[in-house]
Every structure is written in structure tokens, then in C-alpha cells.
Design a protein around this ligand. Structure first.
Ligand code: FPP
Length: 232
């Protein structure tokens, strides 16, 4: 008789936080109001993840494709990120959170780059939890970045482990679970390499409505997934 598996709590969860715009539209609010509400959902999720025993959260905050959005939305998003980074840098100590940022530096504004450096170095010794913000992130770009680094090292032939060791955050394990909100069911250039054996959880809930109860539903779905990693 086959038994229902009970997977341990994932160490690393990655989230595609989608639906801020639609949440705002449903309320006749500007899109930025959706992103502001999304930032609150980030805080709730961070607390829920820590409470559940998750150790790493990777959040897709801004993709390499998001530059095609209207300038005022991009400016507003970056202001929000600046505020969030500055608050988290101050609060990270209290909760033992280490901040990491994954993505290409170009063409991020210098003020944000400086703040990222400060946040990353100020929290480097914290060991309770890792919050990895995917910012100006694209998975294809990340893989190309790894291959270019290997070429520069003079490698003539590469193994999968060589790519893994040259990703933006080589020390992070692959996420066991990837969540996407808002009913869309695709990866959108997120963690293409790391997602090889990730479980996916899609929910119609819009990101600003995501909370501890929704997070628990995702964990509960993951718990009973059969993870075979290509075996039987
Ligand atoms: C996708 O919703 C969301 C984003 C492009 C930005 C994510 C940003 C936040 C959640 C705000 C703050 C983040 C942090 C880390 C503090 P969308 O705008 O594509 O929504 P739509 O598909 O409904 O238009």
C-alpha cells in the first residue's frame, strides 16, 4: 500500500508575488496602491515563514522585464523598495534576518545599489533566516552570467555543478517549493535553473491578499506531494 508522503517543512520557498495591479484595479485605485498593499503582504509572509520553520525566502520583487512598465510605476516601486530595504536593515538584527539581493546591478539606480550593499553587509552575520530579494532579476540572464564567469575562468567544458556554483547566490539550496499568486501558472524567467525539482503551488489569491492562512495552505499542499526526483 502506498503511504501518503509527509514532506518536512521546506527549507527554501520562492514566491512570484503577482496580482498587485489587479488588486488595485478591482478597487479603482492606482497600481502603486497595489504594490503598497503587496509590501504589507511581504511582511506577513516573512513572519509566517519564520513561524513555520522555513529558513530561506526568495521573493521576485522586480524582473528584468519589469522595465517596460510606465516610468511612474517603476519610480514608485523603487521608492517602496528603498523604504522597505531601509526598514528591514534596521529590523533585521532583531529577527536575525540576513538580506541577500539577486539580480543584475545594471541599470539599477546608484542610490538603490548603495542601499543594497549597506543592507547586505549590515546583515551578513545574521543566521536565523535569509530573505533573498530577486531584484532586476532574470533567470536566463543569471545562467548567462554564470556561463560567462566560467568562460573567463578559462573552462573548456562544464558540469551542472559549475553553473550552480556561479549563480547569483551559490550558497543557497534550490527552493523545494515555488508559489505563484494571482492565478497565473508560469515561471516568467524566475529561477529556471534552481526550479529543476521544485514543487509548484499556484493560487488565485492576489498577492496583496496573501496572508498566513494562504501560506499555510501552500505548506499543506507541499506536505503531501510525492517527490521522486526522477526516481521511482
Ligand atoms: C506583480 O504584480 C508584482 C510586482 C511586479 C512587484 C512586486 C512588488 C511588491 C510585492 C512590492 C514590494 C516588494 C517588496 C520586496 C517590499 P503586477 O503589478 O504584475 O500585478 P498585475 O499582474 O495584477 O498587474
Amino acid at each position: 500500500m502506498s503511504q501518503t508522503p509527509v514532506n518536512p517543512v521546506p527549507q527554501h520557498i520562492a514566491i512570484i508575488m503577482d496580482g498587485n495591479g489587479r488588486w488595485a484595479q478591482e478597487r479603482c485605485l492606482p497600481r502603486l496602491a497595489g504594490h503598497n498593499a503587496g509590501a504589507k503582504a511581504v511582511e506577513r509572509t516573512l513572519k509566517a515563514a519564520q513561524k513555520a520553520g522555513v529558513k530561506i525566502l526568495t521573493l521576485y520583487a522586480f524582473s528584468t522585464e519589469n522595465w517596460t512598465r510606465p516610468a511612474d510605476e517603476i519610480d514608485g516601486l523603487f521608492k517602496l523598495l528603498e523604504q522597505t530595504l531601509s526598514r528591514y536593515t534596521k529590523e533585521a538584527e532583531k529577527y536575525g534576518i540576513r538580506l541577500l539581493v539577486s539580480g543584475a546591478k545594471e541599470p539599477l539606480p546608484p542610490a538603490i545599489l548603495k542601499q543594497i550593499d549597506q543592507a547586505v553587509s549590515a546583515t551578513a552575520e545574521n543566521t536565523q533566516f535569509i530573505l533573498n530579494l530577486a531584484l532586476n532579476y532574470g533567470a536566463r540572464q543569471e545562467i548567462v552570467h554564470a556561463v560567462n564567469a566560467l568562460l573567463q575562468e578559462g573552462k573548456k567544458e562544464i558540469q551542472p555543478s559549475d553553473i550552480s556554483q556561479h549563480l547569483y547566490q551559490p550558497s543557497l539550496p534550490d527552493p523545494e517549493l515555488i508559489i505563484r499568486t494571482s492565478g497565473e501558472e508560469r515561471l516568467s524567467n524566475f529561477l529556471l535553473w534552481q526550479a529543476a525539482y521544485s514543487e509548484f503551488y499556484f493560487t488565485p489569491v492576489l498577492w496583496p491578499d496573501f496572508d498566513e492562512a494562504e501560506f499555510e495552505k501552500a505548506l499543506s499542499a507541499y506536505r503531501t506531494r510525492k517527490r521522486r526526483f526522477g526516481g521511482l
